[in-house]
Design a protein around this ligand. Structure first.
Ligand code: GDP
Ligand code: MG
Length: 439
């Protein structure tokens, strides 16, 4: 996958010592190939790489103490920017109902997305109304009715003998009369964009003046979906895109290109056939997902703010040589405390869910004090060699620190877990630990 490929590129970068300009260029060449293979629009890729390169060279990555991280960071930020920067929310009219017109080709997922969106609004305590505007496909009305029943949202229909324009107008009046604050109008699609489809959609637009025209596109069709978006946008001036079937899209290129090509933000993504499988689109999260790094970058930023670089260098050396001791643990706890709640930090680590036990660690002053007491009850040798802590020694530590044996055991377990995490962390940063920290 794209995430896999990009991760490989970046880990190669981390595996090197200081980066040369050639290293950066080579890495970006591979990023470029990975994006093209993921079916990202050629022009988009070209501009993207040029921007990243300019920033990478301009920011003196090469002199930086964490060059690989900065390259990753730049790629991440540019990717986020490319997808719209920040989340683009659903419009809300100050004269309800807010009218949402759903458009797109046949089979893109309009009817499904209409119902999903209605369900989401209902959950946010709104009173959505769905309108069945697809009078052409057999059973299209029934499909919406079934979904409406399932999610407990009313569906307005007038059968299939009335024009979609009339249906939309009447639905709007119905919504006003019944206090519905959102009206979602499902429409028909065609297999290809044609004039009669566009004409009809334009007429509906004129009749009900939608606050949102959302184009529903199938992510599985890759670049084609971007072309579709471009054509619809030219004709209808879309306000946003819903990218469906992202659950089955292995390449993901559409998510990256849509905004760049059309200027229209992706507002939601469909992640499955079920009604709850609709998510607001967050460019920054999508970028992290694409880069396959959890919220690594946030973590790195926090680490850079909170951690004493000299100490981190020393710590990094110890992690590598497995010299990490209880004294270091105490130090580390102090550092981590500066970075914020540990459970949040752990959440940001890739593969963090594998380290469930870690979540029990609370770094507050009280806890720190108790831990410090345990460590201080240890002999010098014990502090250097956790393996020495036999049950009888643990009993002694408990008595000496005013804790129960269970508490001492728990702490030693936490220490072990932390050592494991450090190992994982350092291997993630590259075979020799976080590069820059070597100075
Ligand atoms: P429409 O013709 O645009 O109204 O498309 P439909 O809403 O009828 O959806 C067409 C097919 O795509 C249906 O079988 C849906 O269940 C499926 N579908 C819609 N959205 C998604 C999605 O996000 N993921 C997956 N896997 N299937 C979807
Ligand atoms: Mg439909």
């Amino acid at each position: 996958s794209l995430a896999n490929r990009l991760q490989k590129v970046f880990s190669k970068l981390r595996g090197k010592g200081k980066l040369t300009e050639d290293d950066v260029s080579e890495a970006l060449r591979e990023v470029r190939l990975a994006l093209l293979e993921a079916d990202v629009n050629f022009k988009v890729v070209k501009e993207f790489i040029a921007k990243v390169k300019e920033r990478a060279i301009g920011q003196e990555v090469l002199q930086s103490f964490t060059p690989a991280m900065i390259v990753v960071d730049i790629v991440n930020k540019e990717l986020t920017e490319l997808m719209g920067g920040s989340q683009s929310k659903l419009a809300r009219s100050n004269r309800p109902p807010t009218v949402i017109l759903m458009v797109g080709l046949q089979g893109a997922g309009k009817t499904t997305a209409s119902a999903k969106l209605a369900r989401m609004l209902l959950q946010q305590n709104h009173r959505p109304l769905l309108a069945a505007g697809d009078i052409y496909r057999p059973a299209a009305i029934k499909q919406l009715q079934v979904l409406g029943e399932q999610i407990k949202v009313p569906v307005f229909t007038m059968g299939d003998q009335v024009s979609p324009v009339e249906i939309a107008k009447n639905a709007l009046q119905h919504a006003k009369d019944h206090g519905n604050d959102y009206l979602i109008v499902d429409t028909a699609g065609r297999l290809h964009i044609d004039e009669s489809l566009m004409d009809e959609l334009k007429q509906i637009t004129e009749a009900v003046k939608p606050d949102e025209i959302l184009l529903v596109v199938d992510a599985m069709t890759g670049q084609e979906s971007v072309n579709v978006a471009e054509s619809f946008h030219k004709q209808l001036t879309l306000s946003g895109v819903i990218l469906t079937k992202l659950d089955s899209d292995t390449r993901g290129g559409a998510a990256i290109s849509v905004k760049a090509v059309t200027g229209c933000p992706i507002k939601f993504v469909g992640m499955g056939e079920k009604m709850e499988a609709l998510e607001p689109f967050h460019p920054e999260r999508m970028a992290s997902r694409i880069l396959g790094m959890g919220d690594m970058l946030t973590l790195i930023e926090k680490a850079q703010e909170g951690i004493d670089v000299e100490k981190a260098k020393e710590m990094e050396r110890k992690m590598r040589t497995a010299e990490f001791t209880f004294d270091d643990f105490l130090d580390q706890m102090e550092q981590v405390k500066k970075m914020g709640p540990l459970d949040q930090i752990i959440d940001m680590l890739p593969g963090a869910n594998k380290m469930k036990g870690m979540k029990d660690i609370k770094v507050d002053d009280k806890q720190l004090g108790r831990v410090a007491a345990i460590v201080k009850s240890m002999t010098k040798q014990e502090r250097q060699n956790p393996d020495m802590l036999t049950p009888s020694r643990r009993k002694r530590l408990a008595a000496g620190s005013g804790n129960s044996v269970q508490e001492v055991n728990r702490f030693i377990k936490q220490f072990d877990d932390m050592r494991k995490m450090m190992k994982q962390f350092s291997s993630m940063m590259g075979p020799k630990g976080p590069k820059g920290l070597k100075g």
